[in-house]
Design a binder for this molecule. Structure first.
Ligand code: NDP
Length: 281
């Protein structure tokens, strides 16, 4: 049986095995998919051992996405821009690296939430791995602007600088700011994406409500109970709110498609997963 795995540290919380098993059942594919905790210094060795044992591909989560990008023998342009990889596909000696996080977010926003990104003003909060993964695919949707705001402005600057050519090619105003910069505090945005780990840490909201718009959308990449505070805050200010569960399912579907060449029914799986994880959203 074809074998896949998700590697991370920690990994116990991962919903990927459940999602991939449902995709396989619903598309009639025969495969097995497991989760494996990897010691911090053993990522390369663990992936190579899995591949040598006949593994066909894997997902990679924190904190190994950068190492996965370096391990791949060929990467997609998305991985090159993000400098992070969440999906590997093995073919003989060849290891192909893809980043499906941004594809997943864009599909969830555009197809599942029906929120077109073209011409929109977007605030992207955070400049870590998740922001790096989603910025490129967001730019290709040709919004009016994407302003990246991060606690450490240097990290936002680096992320934006790496995407400057793509932003110019797509005609998008892409700039970096600190979280408390006047330009951020004095504007509202059609779409506010919390790609920081503030919800994960149950920390204070990273921006004031002045960034929200009554008919806009606010999305936290976090899901489950930890995202509840952000969602309630956005809704209390008249903004539609969405968590990261749809992105999780859609990024998994893009991995499944890369491995199997088959598109799984994501809306059904998202509805089932939501009933398990966060029925109130
Ligand atoms: P990283 O650790 O790579 O980056 C964390 C980012 O959050 C940094 O920009 C950091 O700023 C910022 N940050 C941390 N704490 C705070 C705070 N209290 N207030 C404001 N900013 C803060 O994490 P990831 O980018 O990998 O993950 C970010 C979030 O995205 C997590 O909640 C994660 O669960 C979620 N995620 C969801 C996915 C999905 O499929 N739905 C996929 C991947 C991630 P600084 O640079 O200053 O330290």
């Amino acid at each position: 049986m074809d074998s896949y795995c998700v590697f991370g540290h920690p990994i116990a919380h991962s919903k990927s095995p459940w999602i991939q098993a449902r995709f396989a059942e619903l598309t009639g594919q025969t495969l097995q998919y497991e989760k494996t905790w990897v010691p911090l210094d053993a990522f390369n060795a663990t992936v190579h051992a899995f591949k040598a044992a006949g593994g066909k591909g894997c997902n990679v989560t924190l904190p190994f996405k950068t190492e996965a990008a370096a391990l791949a023998t060929e990467c997609s342009p998305r991985v090159a821009l993000a400098q992070a990889c969440n999906t590997l596909k093995f073919d003989g000696e060849h290891i192909y690296g893809e980043n499906t996080d941004g594809l997943g977010l864009v599909t969830d926003l555009v197809s599942n939430a029906g929120f077109s990104l073209q011409g929109r003003r977007i605030l992207l909060i955070g400049a870590g791995g998740a922001s790096a993964g989603v910025l490129g695919p967001l730019l290709t949707q040709k919004p009016h602007c994407i302003w990246v705001a991060n606690r450490s402005v240097d990290k936002a600057n680096h992320l934006v600088a790496r995407h400057a050519s793509l932003a110019e090619m797509e005609g998008v105003d892409c700039q970096a700011f600190g979280l408390t910069h006047e330009a951020i505090l004095s504007q509202s945005f059609d779409l506010v994406i919390n790609a920081s780990s503030s919800s994960l840490q149950q920390a204070a909201l990273p921006v004031p409500a002045t960034v929200l718009q009554p008919n806009g959308l606010a999305c936290d990449l976090m899901y489950g109970p930890a995202a509840q505070g952000f969602l309630e805050w956005a809704r209390a200010h008249g903004t539609e709110a969405r968590d990261g569960l749809g992105m999780l399912v859609e990024q998994a579907a893009a991995s499944f498609h890369l491995w199997r060449g088959v598109q799984p029914p994501t809306q059904q799986v998202l509805a089932e997963l939501r009933a398990l994880v966060s029925p109130s959203q």
